[in-house]
Design a binder for this molecule. Structure first.
Ligand SMILES: *Cc1c(COP(=O)(O)O)cnc(C)c1O
Length: 452
């Protein structure tokens, strides 16, 4: 192999990351149109790897969305920390499969270590069993599959062997503000998206525990730590008390919210979350590791193992503690633990805490600047999420559209309690105070140009 190829990739990647400081966050229309030149039918003959890379950089890089930079505030999107990105490249060269430990002792150990560090930082009980999956949707899927095993086992039903046909019905309780990925996971595990009991929420989107119905029989309650619009937390302690009294399982969708636990200043938000039975968490959001990466934890690991173990095969090893593939939906898997390990090793406990606190501080600062500029903030800014209205729904939508075209920063839209709103999520390690000042100034300038 030509050693210059990877060096060339590194040079191009560095140049790309530097360019993010000055280029527009959204790609230009012309750049998006030029993607066509990468497509079309598969060429008959191969090409030199260096010219493939050159083509990809010249046409692909300008067509990216600059979410690896500091002024992308759409959805909940982290960037890749330098150590995590570099480790990801090295791990790419290693090309390890983490299905079973003997395929890669180092990938397996780094995965376990990263899981211990994450669990410890987030206040997950030390004996809980964790596993790396692709993101929070699959973490919800995995946690809920463990829940399904547990509540049906207690009802005398082996769901993995017999399926759901003829099984005792399982009640699933969600807050009205449940994330769509939980509903998708419920559909995938056969619980059904629409068969849920929806509990009303308060003005910040928190589940109202006084509205939780009486729980009987096999039941799973889905709580949320970090509402995707407001950043608000369900009262998980009260939910757990209610649910556990009736023998129900509590699953927490904590995609980005549980990282609040890493910062002493925000820890009060997550009170009681350690009492749940399973937790779904993203690593590619607030931990700022490259896509894709999420983590599921289950208090009693045997339920996750029972849900995820397939039938044994003679060529696959078995161990007492269980092979990595016995805890996840996949068999072959990339070594996600390497990126997470490097991110955490480079941050340390204090760096992780600072990353979370800094993002929250930036969000507050953004809210203050926009409010002083005459905008209306629709949520209590308790975490890294800000909801902004610029007047009527139509005015707000026009501002969002114009801000995206302006290119200084990128913010998405949502509807919050019937009102159109701009969503601002500060989740990137790369965001600086200057990024916040520049972005707030651009949003206010764009908004005032539209109204005058
Ligand atoms: C992002 C998010 C999800 C989905 O996570 P993916 O990693 O995109 O699968 C689920 N729940 C909440 C609250 C989220 O913010």
């Amino acid at each position: 192999m030509d050693e210059r190829l990877l060096t060339d990739a590194a040079i191009r990647a560095n140049r790309y990351l530097v360019s993010l400081k000055t280029r527009a966050v959204a790609p230009t229309e012309e750049a998006v149109e030029r993607i066509d030149r990468l497509c079309g039918p598969l060429p008959e003959d191969g090409e030199d790897p260096s010219s493939v890379l050159e083509l990809l950089d010249e046409l692909g890089s300008p067509a990216t969305v600059a979410s690896a930079g500091g002024r992308y505030f759409g959805f909940v999107i982290g960037s890749a920390l330098p150590a995590a990105l570099a480790a990801n490249w090295l791990a790419g060269a290693w090309d390890q499969n983490t299905a079973v430990e003997s395929m890669s002792p180092v990938a397996a150990r780094l995965e376990t270590t990263a899981l211990e560090w994450i669990g410890d930082s987030l206040g997950i009980p030390p004996n809980a069993r964790g596993a790396f999956v692709t993101g929070d949707t699959m973490a919800n899927f995995s946690g809920l599959a463990a829940a399904r095993h547990s509540v049906l086992e207690a009802a005398g039903w082996d769901v993995e062997a017999r399926g759901l046909f003829g099984a005792p019905p399982v009640t699933v309780v969600v807050g009205d503000e449940v994330h769509v990925s939980v509903l998708k996971a419920l559909a995938l595990i056969g619980f059904g998206r629409d068969r849920v009991v929806r509990v009303p929420t308060d003005e910040q989107g928190r589940m109202r525990v006084d509205q939780v119905p009486d729980l009987h029989g096999p039941t799973v309650v889905c709580a949320q730590a970090g509402n995707v619009n407001t950043g608000a937390f369900d009262p998980v302690r009260e939910i757990c008390e209610r649910a556990h009294r009736e023998g129900a399982w509590v699953h927490v969708d904590a995609a980005f919210g549980l990282w609040a636990n890493a910062s002493p200043g925000r820890r009060a938000l997550t009170a009681g979350v350690e009492e749940a039975d399973s937790w779904a968490i993203d690593a590619h959001k607030w931990l700022n590791v490259p896509y894709d990466s999420g983590v599921v934890f289950v208090r009693e690991g045997r339920h996750l193992r029972a849900a995820m173990s397939g039938a044994p095969a003679a060529y696959l090893p078995q161990s007492v503690r269980g092979e990595p593939m016995e805890y996840v939906p996949e068999m072959s898997r990339r070594a996600r633990g390497v990126d997470a390990w490097a991110a955490l090793r480079s941050l340390g406990r204090s760096g992780l805490s600072e990353l979370v606190e800094r993002s929250c501080r930036h969000a507050s600062r953004m809210a203050t600047l926009l409010q002083s500029g005459g905008c209306r903030i629709l949520n209590e800014v308790v975490l890294n999420q800000v909801l902004v209205s610029f007047g009527s729904d139509d005015e707000t939508r026009r501002v969002i559209d114009a801000v995206q075209r302006d290119g200084t920063c990128w913010c998405g839209g949502t509807v919050w309690h019937g009102t159109a709103a701009m969503r601002i999520s500060v989740s990137s390690w790369a965001t600086t105070e200057d990024d916040i000042e520049r972005s707030a100034a651009a949003i206010l300038r764009v908004a005032s140009n539209l109204t005058t």
